[in-house]
Design a protein around this ligand. Structure first.
Ligand code: SF4
Ligand code: SF4
Length: 390
């Protein structure tokens, strides 16, 4: 219960389950539940981040997030659109980049304060259908150009850039303006790795956006397609695979039947493969750390904090924030969940010069509500390390 981002805004995990059971019981007894179900749509379903953090604390392991995903799939009626997206993922990503280009063009033309005002009006008029633009919004990322593999003596690592990293660049106000992709590649090369990429990367996706919207089948197709591409790129599992976004890593490793894949999120890869290849000189400037839900599920929370402490002598972990509530796109569609979950963040991080995390979408909400720039862990690690001399 204490980890749920919607507790205090709408329902807690237990209330979600109890009310759902109550609706079912009433239905069986022939009671009209139309009104109750309509209210539950927002209170129970829309405002659940569905990241399943509650299951970790529940003594009997009840995962309310899974129940909510199942309920969403009952309402998932846009199967044709989901099928189209599944088959035309690269085109969809181009569309997303274009949308960010338009927003960024408007920012340059009107200036951030005027765009924020205009966008607030649009959001109000559209009853929340058009998301509110804020200073924390990402700039569009260029499509990645992949260089051909060369054969040399360096160890290889397959770099899987998540679709969000391929589309969303740094916010305009962030001091770090290099793309996550370039930053990560630079760090891996500094540590002596040859970085290779899966073929046809722009069409690949772990399937999370489909699954979280209730399109489990399409999500599983994308996941299997990605697993196949990773097997090929890693030469049948010979090379480790670095995934730059923790929610994608989690989705890939969950129920992974393919045992040959050696998959890592940023934290585990850095602590396993980079520590003895880099020398760390910690900075004094204080940093805030956000441990995403997926990092917690992956069991890497303490490792992330330890790593941050190798990078900075002043590390702040805001108390009482467990799930930021951004949940992929909820920060755009149900922004009150994100705002509620992060209501204490600004005070907690006011003395920090930046924040780090391992999920680009979470960083949007954290930047907006924390009032400091949040970006990927690799920006910090790259800044405070140099290649270890052999
Ligand atoms: S999945 Fe997340 S938001 Fe939903 S009930 Fe559990 S903790 Fe709350
Ligand atoms: S979780 Fe999201 S960002 Fe990651 S690959 Fe899947 S869809 Fe893309």
């Amino acid at each position: 219960e204490p980890v749920c981002p919607s507790k205090g805004l709408t329902l807690s995990p237990r209330q979600r389950i109890v009310i759902w059971r109550d609706i079912q019981a009433k239905k069986r007894a022939g009671v009209d539940t139309t009104e109750l179900e309509a209210a539950y749509e927002y209170q129970g379903i829309d405002t659940c981040a569905a990241t399943g953090l509650c299951a970790q604390r529940c003594p009997v392991g009840i995962n309310t997030g899974e129940l909510v995903k199942k309920l969403r799939s009952r309402k998932a009626t846009h199967t044709k659109t989901a099928n189209w997206l599944e088959g035309n993922f690269a085109t969809a990503l181009q569309g997303a980049r274009f949308t960010l280009h338009v927003a960024n063009g408007a920012r340059m033309l009107l200036g951030a304060p005027r765009l924020a005002k205009l966008s607030a009006t649009l959001t109000r008029l559209s009853k929340g259908q058009v998301p509110q633009w804020t200073n924390a919004m990402p700039q569009p990322e260029k499509a990645i150009r992949f260089s051909p593999v060369v054969s040399d003596a360096r160890p290889r690592v397959v770099y899987l850039a998540a679709c969000v990293s391929r589309v969303m660049g740094p916010a305009a106000g962030d001091k770090e303006q290099m793309s996550l992709y370039d930053k990560t590649r630079g760090l891996l090369e500094k540590a002596g790795y040859q970085v290779v990429f899966p073929d046809n990367q722009d069409s690949l996706c772990c399937g999370q956006p489909f699954a979280s919207k209730g399109y489990a089948e399409q999500g599983e197709h994308k996941r299997q397609e990605l697993i196949g591409a990773l097997l090929h790129a890693s030469r049948g599992g010979l090379d480790p695979i670095y995934c730059d976004t923790s929610p994608c890593t989690l989705r890939l490793v969950q129920d992974l039947g393919e045992v040959r894949l050696d998959l890592y999120d940023p934290v585990r890869f850095i602590r396993t493969h980079l520590m003895d290849r880099l020398d760390f000189t910690p900075q004094e400037a204080p940093i805030a750390v956000h441990v995403t839900c997926s990092t917690q599920h992956l069991g890497e929370s303490q490792a992330l904090i330890d790593l941050a402490r190798k990078c900075s002598n002043n590390v702040v972990i805001p108390e009482g924030i467990h799930c930021c509530g951004f949940a992929g796109d909820k920060g755009f569609t149900t922004p009150e969940l994100n705002a509620h979950s992060l209501r204490t963040l600004k005070d907690a991080v006011q003395h920090c010069s930046e924040g780090i995390s391992t999920s680009r979408t979470c960083e949007i909400g954290l930047t907006q509500h924390g009032g400091i720039d949040y970006h990927g862990l690799v920006y910090l690690v790259d800044r405070v390390t140099r290649a270890r001399a052999n």
